[in-house]
Design a protein around this ligand. Structure first.
Ligand code: PEP
Ligand code: MG
Length: 557
């Protein structure tokens, strides 16, 4: 089986499949009365589920996210909806599922084709209701909302909104057919410390409720096993848990090598829920706050005030630990439907991140103003994603200056906020010495730097074997940036996935990196590696002479 390990570990549990919507098509029935009664019953069930979801989401996530399901309830309770569906059951002798699908699909199409952005967004809501309602007609007892514990989720792909609906604390492991190393599912699995593999290709053979062992250390799915294999894996799992327990001694240890080189070991976060993990794992701060998550799973952009409240809560939650806000990196794989960004043939090479923000200045300013306002409550830095030229950085910086001046004239207190860039486009790495004249800091984003240096889509499982930050070309850019940063006394961190890789950490530290930022679940291991190492010379010539990434890895394994 192919697939990439995105979160290491062993999981033992039953398969829980999350199926994508499969159209039912036009199925006729002679029992129209039976179909109508099924329609009513399933409508009640759908409405009860949505009510429960509103409450659960409000309690566990927040009011804003709960509003997604409130909107679904409003559409469902439209007094014209039920008669419309009943009427086509009667006149066209359609089954309940076909009738629901037919009416809701027409509504979906109608909304999609309207000019108003607001109306276009409603199409997504209608799709969601259709999916739920048809499922409740066809398999009313197959309740994929409440998971029993000990499940291994198997899906084509899990969207961020799917995860709102699922109780992830009951999930032992994750297997996705699609998705790459740095997809959202991957980031989520890492931050929740759930063993996971993505980009596995067809997983059709993993049927509902099958017991399986997921060995996300070796990249294996074990289906047929006897008691001996099961008990061996159970033992391994216990050992893993013990190892994790033992690593807790590093929680309050600062990142420092045996010979005294200080390296900050920080967390990547996507929102307020991740703050607990920062403290529990002894993160020394936040090296990357992916703020675009604040914009996702909603039907309109968050206002400046809404953002300010969220950012202030996060900064205060960090209790003095520093945080780097990465301005929104929307586009690429991070879709924000309400912005109606044009569909693109190559989204990762397109209208993404700062490229979009510099065009939609009102949206960008609302975010910058909110971050600057939150700066009064803690230690904040701002960095811009996908910077490819000095001009882009200067334009973004000018916008920050405008916001600062506005806030000052409004009498709002702000603190000093250093401005930096992500180095994730090769042009920025190559020009890092020039950039160092203008920016306050660098943070190397290896997830994108790898895809752009090697021309390998980070999400595409067909080329995932070529996607490796141990490639000599990628390592040479990383080493160059760190060397330049040290020479020009520019603070340099790394927030891409390479920063949390035990094999990579000794190289980064020996080259002179100031900070490494990773999923909180990786911090304790990183602290152990840094505390037990001394700086060592790394022969670049030896790396550059390697034929591929595999050969470079072999040098350090
Ligand atoms: C990166 O590209 O390395 C990075 C940290 O940003 P993202 O994964 O959010 O694109
Ligand atoms: Mg990136």
């Amino acid at each position: 089986m192919s697939g990439s390990i995105v979160s290491r570990g062993i999981a033992i549990g039953r398969v829980m499949r999350i199926e994508p919507y499969k159209p039912v098509g036009l199925i006729k029935t002679e029992d129209t009365e039976g179909a109508k009664s099924l329609l009513l019953k399933s409508m009640t069930q759908t409405s009860e589920e949505l009510n429960a979801l509103v409450d659960k989401t409000r309690e566990n996530v927040g009011d804003h996210e709960a509003a997604i399901f409130e909107a679904h309830l409003m559409i469902l309770s439209d007094p014209t909806l039920l008669p419309q569906i009943e009427s086509i059951i009667e006149h066209d002798s359609l089954s309940a599922a076909s009738a629901v699908e037919s009416v809701l699909s027409s509504m979906e199409d109608m909304f999609k084709n309207l000019d108003s952005d607001y109306m276009k967004e409603r199409a997504l809501d209608i799709y969601d209701i259709k999916k739920r309602w048809v499922k409740n007609i066809l398999s009313p007892t197959d309740n994929n909302i409440s998971l029993s514990s000990g499940v291994i989720l198997v899906a084509e792909e899990l969207t961020p909104s799917d995860t709102l609906e699922l109780d992830m604390s009951k999930v032992e492991g994750l297997l996705m057919e699609k998705g790459g190393l740095t997809s959202h599912t991957a980031i989520l699995a890492q931050s929740m410390d759930i063993p996971a593999m993505v980009g596995c290709g067809s997983l059709e053979n993993l049927t509902q409720n099958t017991m399986l062992i997921l060995d996300a250390r070796q990249g294996e799915i074990i289906l047929d096993f006897d008691d001996k294999i099961l008990s061996d894996y159970q033992k391994l799992k216990e050992e893993e848990a013990k190892e994790k327990e033992a690593l807790k001694r590093f929680v309050d240890v600062k990142g420092q090598t045996k010979d005294g080189k200080r390296v900050e070991i920080a967390s990547n976060i996507a929102g307020i829920d991740d703050i607990k993990g920062v403290h529990e794992n002894g993160g020394e701060g936040v090296g990357l706050f992916r703020t675009e998550f604040v914009y996702m799973n909603r039907s309109s952009a968050p206002t400046e005030e809404e953002q300010f409240k969220i950012y202030k809560k996060i900064v205060e939650g960090l209790k003095g630990k520093p945080i780097i806000f990465r301005t929104m990196d929307i586009g690429g794989d991070k879709e924000v439907p309400y912005l109606n960004m044009p569909a693109e043939p190559n989204p990762f090479l397109g209208f993404r991140a700062v490229r979009y923000c510099l065009q939609d200045k009102n949206l960008f300013k609302a975010q910058i103003r909110a971050i600057l306002r939150a700066s009064a409550y803690g230690s904040i830095k701002i960095m811009f994603p996908m910077i490819g030229s000095i001009r882009q950085f200067l334009d973004a910086k000018a916008l920050v200056e405008t916001c600062k001046n506005e806030l000052k004239s409004e009498g709002i207190k702000i603190n000093d906020v250093p401005l930096g860039i992500m180095i994730e486009i090769p042009s920025a790495a190559i020009l890092s010495e020039e950039f160092a004249k203008y920016v306050d800091f660098f943070s190397i984003g290896t997830n994108d730097l790898t895809q752009y240096t090697l021309a390998v889509d980070r999400q595409n499982e067909s080329v995932s074997e070529l996607y490796d930050y141990f490639d000599p070309a990628v390592l040479s850019l990383i080493q160059h940036v760190i060397k330049v940063a040290n020479k020009t006394k520019t603070w340099v961190g790394m927030c891409g996935s390479a920063a949390g890789d035990p094999l990579m950490i000794p190289l980064l530290v020996s080259w002179g990196i100031d900070e490494i930022s990773m999923a909180s679940s990786q911090i304790l291991k990183a602290k152990q590696i840094v505390s037990e190492m001394t700086l060592k010379p790394i022969e670049m010539e030896q790396i550059m002479a390697c034929y591929d990434a595999k050969a470079v890895r072999a040098l350090f394994t």
